[in-house]
Design a binder for this molecule. Structure first.
Ligand code: CMP
Length: 632
C-alpha cells in the first residue's frame, strides 16, 4: 500500500538534503515530489541512462550495481528508507553512474531535476549534505580501490543557479557615471545661465544625475540615495541639514518600514501557502474559475503582503503547482493563462490600496497634506475599486482571447496532500500573524479615519506585535529591504525640499498652462498621465519612474483643477506595466518562480501589451465615475 501523506512527511524530515528546510520551504518543495511504486526486481535507473530525477526511498530495499566492460555486474551498495539515489548524474550532467534495482517491493518519492537543482541553490544545508554523502562514498571507494567520483559534482551544483540574476552591462554603468559626472560638474561649476533660479536648477540637475545612477547602477542604489543628501548640502540649495534627511523622521517612513517588516513575517509564516492550497482544493478545475481565483487571490494578498516581488514569489509557484496538479503541458495555452493570471493578480494591482506597495505610499506622500487626509485607506480603495474591477475583467478576457486555452483534466491530489501534511495544522505563530495582520488592516480602515491616528503608527503597532509574536531577532530585521528604505527616506525628504524651493508650484503652473493651451484639460489629462507612464517605464524602473512622474504631474493636476490622486492612480495603474520585462524585476521573479514552465517571455509579451491597452481603456471608462464623485 502506498505511504500516506503523513508518513511521507515524516520520512522527508529525516532525509538529510531536505532536513534543513523550514516547514514552508518543505511544503513548497513537496509540490514537486511525486510518489512512484517499485516492484521487486525492477530497475529504477540503468547505468548510462540520461538522468531526469532524484529518488528518495520511502519503503523497500534497493541495490546499486555497476557494470564492468565485460558486462559483469558488481553490487556496490544497498539502500533503504530515508536514503536517496540518482543525485550524481544530475550534479555532473552525465549519464547514470550505476544501475539501481528494487530488491523488494517498495515506494520512491521522485523529485524532478529542476527542483533538485533549485533546492541546492536555495539551501546551503542541502549542498553540504550531498557533499558529505559523496565524500563518504569516495572514502569507502578509496579504501576499496574503486573509481572515484568526478570532483566537479558539488561545484557544478553550487554554480548552476546564478543565471537568474540579471547582470548589468559594464558599458551602461560607465555611461551612467560619465553622464552623472557631467551634470554634477554643471551643478558645481556653472552658475551664470541659472541666475535667479540657481537652487531650483541645482536641485533638479542633481535629481536627474541620481536617477541616471539609480538606473545604470555603477554603485548600489543606496549609495546613490545617501550621496544625494551630501550633494544637496554641498550644492547649497538653501536647505538645512535636518531638512535633507527629514524624510527619515516622518510617519510615512515609519509606515513603509513597518509594512515591510510585517510583510516579511507573513511570507515566512506559511499563511499564504495555506491560502493557495485552499484555493487549489476548493475551486473546481475549470480554467476561467481557476484564473479568476488567482487574480482575486493576488488582489487579496496585495494589502497583506505589500511587495509585488514577494507576492509574485508566492503565487507563481502556486500556479505552477496547480498546473502540475492539472497535468497541463508546459507553456501550453492553458498553462500560460494560469501563470499570467497569477502574475496579473500579484503584480499590477498595487494601485488598489494605499499600502499596496511602498511606491503607492511614496506617491501618496508627495501629495499635499489635505489630499493625503482625503485619501485614507478606505477612501483610496473605494475610489480605485471600479478601475480594479475593469482591469481584472479586461485582463481575464484578454488572456482567454489571446491564448484560447482548452478545458482542463481532473487534478492530481498527491502533491497537494503531501504539501498539506508538511504544513501541518496552523502553528501558533501562523495564527498570531494572521490575527495581527487582520487587526492592522482593521486599524487602517477604522481607527485611522475615526481617531485621526497616523497610519504609520497603526503599522508600527502591527509590526511590534508581529515582532513579539514571531520572536523577530536582529538578524531578521537586517533582511528588510534597506536599500529601498533608504531610497524612500530620501524621496520623502526630496518632497520637503521641492516644496521649500516652490518647485511644485513652478512645474505645476508652467506645464499646466501649456497643457491648457493645447486643450488638454481634466479627463484627457488623466489618460495623458497614463500614457506618459507607459513611455517613461520603457526606460526607467518602477520606483524611479513613479517618483519622477508623481513629482511632475501632481502639481500639474492641482493647477488643472483635477484631484492629484487621479494623477497618482494613473501612474500607479500603469506603473507595473511590463512591456520591457527586464525593467520589471517583479515580473522576472514571477517568471523565474514559475521556473519558466508556464509561459515563455514571448507569450507573456502579448499579455503585457494587452495590459497597457486594458489599463488605459479602463482609466478612460472610470472617468465618468470619478467625475460623479467630484474628483474631476
Ligand atoms: P546517478 O549516477 O545519478 O545514478 C545512479 C546512482 O546510484 C548514483 O547517482 C548514486 O546516487 C548511486 N550510487 C552510485 N554509486 C554509489 C555508491 N558507491 N554508493 C551508493 N550509491 C551509489
Amino acid at each position: 500500500m502506498p505511504a500516506g501523506a503523513d508518513e511521507q512527511r515524516d520520512l522527508l524530515r529525516r532525509v538529510d538534503i531536505v532536513a534543513g528546510l523550514d516547514r514552508v520551504a518543505l511544503a513548497r518543495l513537496a509540490s514537486h515530489i511525486e510518489p512512484q511504486i517499485a516492484t521487486a526486481g525492477g530497475a529504477v535507473c540503468e547505468q548510462g541512462d540520461v538522468a531526469d530525477a532524484l529518488f528518495i526511498i520511502a519503503r523497500g530495499r534497493f541495490a546499486v550495481f555497476t557494470h564492468d566492460e565485460q558486462g559483469g555486474e558488481q553490487r556496490i551498495n544497498t539502500l533503504g528508507p530515508g536514503d536517496y539515489f540518482g543525485e550524481m548524474a544530475l550534479l555532473t550532467d552525465e549519464p547514470r553512474s550505476a544501475t539501481v534495482r528494487a530488491e523488494t517491493d517498495g515506494e520512491l518519492l521522485r523529485l524532478d531535476r529542476r527542483s533538485f537543482l533549485k533546492l541546492l541553490d536555495d539551501e546551503p544545508h542541502a549542498g553540504r549534505a550531498i557533499a558529505t554523502a559523496l565524500a563518504r562514498r569516495l572514502r569507502r571507494r578509496d579504501l576499496g580501490g574503486a573509481p572515484s567520483v568526478p570532483a566537479t559534482s558539488v561545484e557544478t551544483a553550487v554554480r548552476s543557479g546564478a543565471a537568474l540574476r540579471p547582470s548589468r552591462h559594464r558599458a551602461v554603468a560607465a555611461i551612467g557615471v560619465v553622464a552623472a559626472m557631467l551634470l554634477i560638474g554643471v551643478v558645481f561649476l556653472v552658475t551664470e545661465p541659472f541666475a535667479g533660479a540657481l537652487a531650483q536648477w541645482r536641485f533638479s540637475l542633481l535629481l536627474i544625475a541620481a536617477v541616471i545612477l539609480w538606473v545604470t547602477e555603477p554603485v548600489p542604489a543606496y549609495v546613490v540615495s545617501l550621496g544625494l543628501i551630501i550633494a544637496w548640502l554641498g550644492a547649497d540649495i538653501g536647505a538645512t541639514p535636518y531638512k535633507t534627511v527629514s524624510g527619515f523622521a516622518s510617519m510615512s517612513w515609519i509606515f513603509v518600514f513597518s509594512v515591510l517588516g510585517i510583510a516579511g513575517a507573513v511570507a515566512r509564516s506559511g499563511l499564504l501557502m495555506r491560502l493557495g492550497l485552499l484555493l487549489i482544493e476548493r475551486v473546481p478545475p475549470i480554467l476561467p474559475l481557476q484564473s479568476a481565483a488567482f487574480v482575486v487571490t493576488g488582489v487579496i494578498l496585495t494589502p497583506l503582503l505589500p511587495l509585488a516581488m514577494a507576492r509574485a514569489a508566492v503565487t507563481a509557484p502556486l500556479s505552477l503547482a496547480v498546473a502540475d496538479a492539472l497535468r497541463l503541458e508546459e507553456r501550453s495555452p492553458a498553462s500560460a493563462v494560469l501563470g499570467l493570471s497569477a502574475w496579473v493578480g500579484s503584480g499590477p494591482f498595487i494601485f488598489l490600496f494605499l499600502n499596496g506597495s511602498p511606491v503607492c505610499l511614496a506617491a501618496w506622500s508627495l501629495m499635499k497634506v489635505r489630499y493625503q487626509e482625503q485619501f485614507d485607506w478606505t477612501h483610496w480603495a473605494l475610489s480605485a475599486a471600479p478601475l480594479a474591477l475593469l482591469v481584472a475583467v479586461g485582463m481575464l478576457v484578454a488572456l482567454f482571447v489571446l491564448y484560447r486555452p482548452g478545458s482542463l483534466a481532473v487534478p492530481r491530489r498527491e502533491p497537494l496532500l503531501l504539501q498539506r501534511a508538511v504544513l501541518g495544522p496552523p502553528s501558533r505563530e501562523e495564527i498570531a500573524v494572521g490575527i495581527i495582520v487582520a487587526a492592522t488592516l482593521i486599524g487602517f480602515i477604522v481607527v485611522v479615519p475615526t481617531f485621526l491616528v497616523p497610519p504609520g503608527l497603526v503599522a508600527l503597532g502591527g509590526f511590534l506585535a508581529v515582532a513579539i509574536a514571531t520572536r523577530l531577532g536582529p538578524g531578521d530585521l537586517a533582511r528588510l529591504d534597506w536599500s529601498y528604505l533608504i531610497f524612500f527616506g530620501v524621496v520623502l525628504s526630496m518632497q520637503d525640499l521641492a516644496e521649500g524651493l516652490r518647485l511644485d508650484r513652478i512645474v505645476g503652473e508652467t506645464v499646466g498652462a501649456r497643457l491648457l493651451d493645447v486643450g488638454i484639460g481634466g479627463p484627457l489629462f488623466v489618460i495623458l498621465v497614463g500614457m506618459a507612464t507607459v513611455l517613461v517605464r520603457s526606460f526607467l524602473p518602477a520606483d524611479q519612474a513613479i517618483l519622477l512622474l508623481s513629482l511632475a504631474f501632481i502639481p500639474v493636476a492641482d493647477s488643472l483643477g483635477v484631484n492629484p490622486w487621479l494623477a497618482v492612480i494613473a501612474i500607479l495603474a500603469l506603473g507595473l506595466s511590463w512591456h520591457v520585462p527586464a525593467q520589471t524585476p517583479e515580473f522576472l521573479v514571477a517568471h523565474a518562480a514559475s521556473e519558466g514552465r508556464l509561459y515563455s517571455q514571448a507569450q507573456a509579451r502579448r499579455a503585457a501589451y494587452a495590459y497597457i491597452v486594458v489599463g488605459l481603456v479602463s482609466l478612460g471608462l472610470c472617468l465618468p465615475y470619478w467625475h460623479l464623485v467630484g474628483l474631476i
